[in-house]
Design a protein around this ligand. Structure first.
Ligand code: TPP
Length: 637
């Protein structure tokens, strides 16, 4: 094909245009301002997508590139944000998002690490109940993102990832573009994503985007990957056959069949000591109400690892686990992915001895979607548990029918028995609360600071605000000291416990809370923060209000305990267990790190009396819409 002079702008012409400001950018002070308008492309005939790029075409401008249509698809799916560390393999899409798409719905979040992008998207999804988009370079970018993708997979979180790639060898410039290109960009994370695709045309992209979104949001929710090839992004859309935006259709969650529900209801009503084990059941406040009504109808205790019920609900009896299980005659797991780990005690000794905590006659029932999608390689699915009845259904959607079925077979005698049972749990709940407060006062004035002192001071600082907590509350203790009454106040999500996740996930979650005007707090561990602290800059740059409290115990302490355990088991004394697990000499100054990223910060604080006033000052910063960090020197664990 011969070059058509009127159909393209030559390099010389382009540069000439640039000097008079038609197609380039102007530098004013330190700011680069795009000069408008760009040179209009006058291509009469568009090249075919599979044309040989060694032909004479020299195209400096493109009108209506394929990535504009990708943005139409992305907007159609309702993404609010797109998290990305920039990468030339998706530069076309990047440009379309900010110019064609107006950098709004989705708005681009500048991330300093792909792991942070995906972890932020994970944290956001847990609060917003929908995916955030994350973009990554198809090779090195996805290599960085991979652990966060695995965390989202194991945590059953919907994250939508688009990878850039240059599939065609002749489309690649020599050098980096070859080392950053890949035959099968999603291969590296295929073991821990739910679905991926590499669409060849824009029509395929539209369908695959809608399909990926639906798959990601269908229970069990998981990350999905779409590969956006260079040619698809950068060639004119007209190079591709007819295409249109495709709508994603949400799938209704599966509900257990009525026969199984009736059978389970009879079993539960006749049981003397039923125990409910709740994983991630509720996805909304209404879901909490459904679980609460079900538990209250039976007055059955709940071991609530999914943080569903209000923390001080009388049936929230997680701290009585051993005692409850010892006498259980029916155990009902609701989206409980690790029933084995709850019903058995597995000791960390040689040979890992295990002990069943429930009587041998106890019936075990499970309602969950977790078994509907499994992959083989990664073993996050936990040990196999044989059930007396297993329903492959969404417990949240099944609970209304189950509650009605229980009411139907419940006579007055059983109702009275249930009320007596409930009264005992109410008394036990109050006792547990008293005990938690008593335990919190131990080492109240200690320095380094105790976990419960920090949790109590933080609670005092936020309790009169509209608040929410990101991540866990330092090994669950805070769950008793804080009064969680609303679904959104707590973190419900899971992960594969890949460290380096908590800080960016908290920033993503805080972003989802931002438009509700909530005060968000997160207790972050020093080891976690050190993986990718650049997320603090992202929080500062995008004005994401979050109070980050550093649980600075100056160690990878969980691992220190493991190494010390090995030392003790081998009878060599535990002193050397610090080698390779401490973060000292020098100690890390997190407030300086945060300040360097433009975040308000104080610390390190080692006098517990200083915590309260510091939290107050930091909250004032958060309430004006910015992140803040308080570094606290803490007891080991
Ligand atoms: C990516 C990754 N590397 C290593 C580990 C092993 N690991 C588990 S807990 C832990 C220590 C984390 O330290 P920190 O976040 O400071 O919490 P601490 O144990 O001190 O409370 C490590 C390194 C992991 N889970 N994930």
């Amino acid at each position: 094909m011969k070059k058509n002079r009127s159909a393209s702008v030559s390099r010389r012409g382009f540069l000439k245009g640039a000097t008079v400001g038609t197609a380039a950018s102007l530098v004013v002070g330190t700011e680069t301002i795009a000069a408008a308008p760009p040179v209009r492309n006058a291509i009469a005939a568009v090249p075919r997508a599979d044309a040989d790029p060694s032909s004479e075409y020299e195209i400096q401008t493109v009108e209506n590139p394929g990535s504009d249509f990708m943005v139409d698809c992305i907007k159609g799916l309702g993404f609010e944000y797109v998290a990305a560390n920039p990468g030339s393999s998706f530069r076309g899409l990047h440009e379309s998002l900010i110019n064609y798409g107006g950098n709004k719905n989705p708005e681009l979040l500048t991330c300093c690490h792909e792991e942070s992008s995906v972890a932020m998207a994970h944290g956001y999804a847990e609060v917003a109940n929908k995916p955030m988009l994350a973009l990554a370079h198809g090779t090195v970018g996805v290599q960085h993102a991979s652990m966060a993708i695995y965390n989202a997979y194991a945590g059953r979180a919907p994250v939508f990832i688009i990878l850039g790639n240059v599939l065609g060898g002749r489309d690649r410039r020599p050098g980096g573009e070859w080392s950053h290109s890949v035959q099968d960009a999603a291969a590296m994370v295929r073991d821990y994503t739910k679905w991926d695709d590499c669409p060849r045309t824009l029509a395929d992209f539209a369908e695959s985007a809608a399909r990926a979104y639906t798959i990601s949001m269908t229970l069990p929710r998981m990350p999905v990957v779409l590969v956006a090839d260079y040619a698809l992004q950068e060639y004119p859309a007209a190079a591709y056959p007819k295409f249109e935006v495709v709508k994603a259709t949400p799938e209704r969650p599966p509900v257990a069949d009525s026969g199984a529900v009736a059978e389970l209801a009879r079993l539960l009503v006749s049981a003397e000591n039923p125990v409910i084990i709740a994983g991630r059941v509720a996805r909304t406040e209404d879901g909490v109400t459904r679980l609460r009504q079900f538990a209250e109808t039976l007055q059955a205790p709940v071991i609530d690892s999914g943080a569903n019920l209000p923390s001080r609900h009388p049936l929230n009896q997680g701290n009585q686990r051993m005692g409850l299980l010892q006498h259980a005659d029916v155990v009902l797991g609701l989206e409980a992915d690790d029933l084995y780990g709850t019903l058995y005690e597995v000791d960390d000794q040689e040979w890992r001895p295990n002990r069943r905590l429930i009587p041998p006659t106890a019936k075990i029932i499970s309602i969950r979607t977790g078994g509907l999608f499994l992959k083989s390689n990664y073993q996050d699915f936990q040990r196999y548990m044989p059930f007396d009845m297993e329903m492959a259904a969404d417990p949240d959607s099944t609970l209304p029918a189950l509650t009605e079925a229980v009411k139907k077979v419940m006579n007055d005698d059983r109702k009275r028995a249930f009320q007596d049972r409930g009264a005992k749990f109410a008394v036990a709940g109050l006792k547990a609360l008293e005990q938690a407060h008593a335990e919190a006062s131990v080492a109240w004035d200690a320095s380094p600071i105790s976990a419960t002192r920090l949790q109590s001071e933080l609670w005092n600082a936020v309790k009169d605000e509209d608040w929410a907590v990101m991540g866990d509350m330092m090994w669950g203790r805070g769950n008793y000291l804080w009064n969680f009454t609303k679904y959104y106040q707590r973190w419900h999500g899971g992960s594969a416990i890949g460290i380096g996740f908590a800080a960016p996930a908290a920033v993503g979650a805080a972003l989802a809370h931002r438009k509700e005007g909530r005060v968000c707090v997160h207790i972050n561990n020093d080891g976690d923060m050190l993986y990718a602290p650049g997320v603090l800059w992202t929080a500062a740059h995008h004005k994401i209000p979050l109070l980050m409290v550093m649980n600075n115990n100056r160690a990878y302490h969980m691992e220190m305990m493991h190494v010390q355990r090995m030392c003790a088991r081998r009878q060599r004394g535990i002193t050397n267990g610090r080698i390779g697990t401490e973060i000292v000499n020098p100690p890390v100054d997190f407030s300086k790190i945060a300040q360097g990223f433009g975040v308000y910060a104080e610390g390190p604080i080692s006098d517990p009396k200083e915590l309260g006033p510091a939290f107050k000052r930091a909250l004032a910063v958060v309430k004006r819409g910015e992140p803040a960090l308080i570094d606290a020197y803490m007891q080991p664990r």
